[in-house]
Design a protein around this ligand. Structure first.
Ligand code: PEP
Ligand code: MG
Length: 596
């Protein structure tokens, strides 16, 4: 049997199942006589106080382990406990003669219900935070034991309906082989904490508890989002060998960690890491990256109820820059809109959100918010002058670039006038993600310091294929010659103007495709920390001259099929055995490669 879910954190695990039964905190409605109401309220206040103490200590340990941004989850919990409306409602209920637990549960249910209806995945996920918080207070009020994982004395695959973020955070390290949850999405906080800790996780697995009784075993594939309950001997051997191959691969790759990405004939390529969470900067260093080629700043805007302030952003950007210890960092300014909407942005319904107010368009439509981010970036850059760059997403015209550069100039003038420390020399580049940007690359290159090709979107807009539409997954084709020609054209225009070009979409993270990009003349590649060591191994295994010859042939192909065949025959022959398509899929059109 095989259960499908959402791949929330990569890795392979196999082992005994530890079920976490749904927690039942039974709250009955009882009457509280007037003489006892003060005591009832006092116990409620005490429960809140104890909950605050617990949350504060979890918060601090997460801040140390994963970073301030992740710790902010618990600030949100703390705020919920201090919400004056909630406090007043509970007091009113108790004064009306009802027990505090009953009233509190009702109030929290109505807060949670508000989130259920919102049209924003990130906010919907916050329901889990509210429930987590509610359970914590109720446990104190009812004198119930915390749902602890005492049985976790042997490394296990933890299977639960749901785990609150604080429960995930408190699991003993090293004992959890993987998480399988019946609910949740990639952006649920439990998933984020799992990724931060490097634990494989598959979420949204319907019927997981029923399929995995106590005493059973399970195999978990966090790359593909698959769980196999009770694998037989052959399947067990299959998972064990994948796990072993990952280990072997990672020791081969580990040996190259501090080596540069240089081809056999001496062409040096910069390898950057793509990051979404500030706390992941150490992962970039561990992966052997030369810097951060794409820092997606959306996380900041989406995971909350109101806009982030300048100081908050400044502190976070500064933290990332400092953790990268002098290596360059490229911050991509807010790429909101499309599927990334937050209620406070006031984005109204759009029929075609991916062709709507997104990326730089939305930023320019909210100049105050955009200016705040630019200010924070210039200020943070003062802590590593010359090492910080910024780039704008989804640019589709020279005008958009000029208007954004004007905002940057205004911000620099303000900072200089107010004598605020900043680095006026921050280089400003753009992402090439639209066909119009490709064709205007020569004009854009006159104003942008560098280009970074966002191939995920470039493929989507070049082929007019929704990148997230499962029914188009077989057609959404990065190796289509139209995409390769767009990249070739962009590189030529940029180099003619003396600008460098990177690629920061998923294409850059596939070792075979990376060789093709090298051949097309790309100067930098940026990818997830998991993919980086494998791409480095590929770069170090080829000659630029060979990569060029293959790329020249690829752009002359009529369709993606012959390009794939070319990659299969010519690129595969150049790469070390452990990167072979046979084992890994990847450019072949097979499932995404496993990561070491
Ligand atoms: C891209 O489009 O390739 C890219 C890197 O940006 P995002 O995936 O965040 O849209
Ligand atoms: Mg993009």
């Amino acid at each position: 049997m095989r259960l499908d879910g959402i791949a929330a954190s990569p890795g392979i695990a196999i082992g005994p199942v530890l079920r976490i039964e749904p927690e039942v905190l039974s709250v009955r409605e009882t009457e509280v006589a007037p003489a006892e109401q003060e005591t009832e309220l006092e116990s409620f206040r005490l429960a809140l106080e104890d909950s605050r103490g617990e949350l504060a200590s979890i918060r601090d340990s997460i801040a140390v382990e994963l970073g301030e941004q992740e710790a902010a989850i618990y600030d949100a919990h703390l705020m919920l406990l201090d919400d004056p409306e909630m406090l007043a409602a509970v007091e009113r209920g108790v004064r009306a003669g009802r027990n505090a637990a009953w009233v509190f549960q009702g109030v929290m249910a109505s807060v949670a219900a508000r989130f259920e209806k919102v049209d924003d995945e990130y906010l919907r996920e916050r329901r889990a935070d509210i429930l987590d918080c509610e359970r914590r207070v109720l446990r104190h009020l009812l004198g119930a034991d915390r749902r602890v994982l005492l049985q976790l004395d042997e490394p296990s695959v933890v299977v639960a309906h749901d785990l609150g973020p604080s429960e995930v955070a408190q699991l003993p390290r090293g004992r959890v082989l993987a998480f399988v949850l019946e609910v949740g999405g990639r952006t649920s906080h439990g998933a984020i904490v799992a990724r931060g800790r490097g634990i494989p996780a598959v979420v949204s697995v319907k019927g997981a508890l029923q399929a995995m009784p106590a005493g059973s075993r399970a195999a978990v594939d966090g790359f593909r989002g698959v769980v196999e309950p009770d694998p037989d001997a052959a399947r067990t051997a299959h998972y064990e060998s994948r796990r072993e191959r990952l280990r072997a691969q990672s020791s081969a790759l580990e040996a190259m960690r501090s080596e540069p990405a240089v081809t056999l004939d001496g062409r040096r390529i910069d390898l950057g890491a793509n990051l979404e969470l500030p706390g992941d900067a150490p992962l970039a260093l561990e992966s052997g990256a030369d810097g951060i080629g794409l820092f997606r700043t959306e996380f900041f805007y989406l995971n909350r109820f109101e806009k982030p302030t300048e100081d908050e952003q400044y502190r976070t950007y500064r933290g990332v820059i400092e953790r990268m210890a002098g290596r360059p960092v490229i911050f991509r300014t807010m790429d909101l809109g499309g599927d990334k909407v937050a209620s406070y942005l006031g984005v109204t319904h759009e029929t075609n959100p991916f062709l709507g107010l997104r990326g730089i368009r939305l930023a320019l439509a909210s100049p105050d918010m955009f200016r705040t981010q630019i200010r924070a970036l210039y200020r943070a850059a003062a802590h590593a002058p010359g090492r910080v760059r910024m780039m704008f997403p989804m640019v589709s015209s020279v005008d958009e670039l000029l208007r954004s550069l004007e905002l940057c100039a205004e911000v620099r003038a303000d900072l200089a006038r107010d004598d605020v420390a900043h680095d006026p020399g921050v280089e400003v580049g753009i992402m090439i993600e639209t066909p119009s940007a490709v064709w205007m690359a020569d004009a854009l290159a006159r104003h942008a310091a560098f280009f970074s090709i966002g191939s995920n979107d470039l493929v989507q807009y070049t082929l007019a294929m929704d990148r997230d539409n499962e029914r188009l997954a077989g057609l959404y084709e990065p190796l289509d010659p139209s995409v390769l020609r767009s990249i070739e054209h962009t590189v030529r225009a940029a180099h003619a103007a003396g600008r460098w070009v990177g690629v920061c979409g998923e294409m850059a993270g596939d070792p075979h495709t990376a060789v093709l990009l090298l051949g097309l003349g790309v100067d930098e590649l940026s990818m997830s920390c998991y993919d980086l060591p494998r791409v480095k191994a590929a770069v170090r295994a080829v000659r630029l001259a060979d990569a060029r010859a293959i790329a020249e042939q690829a752009v002359r192909c009529d369709s993606a099929g012959p390009v794939r065949a070319l990659v299969r025959e010519r690129v595969d022959a150049l790469l070390p055995g452990y990167l072979a398509l046979e084992h890994n899929g990847g450019a072949n059109g097979a499932p995404a490669p496993e990561r070491a």
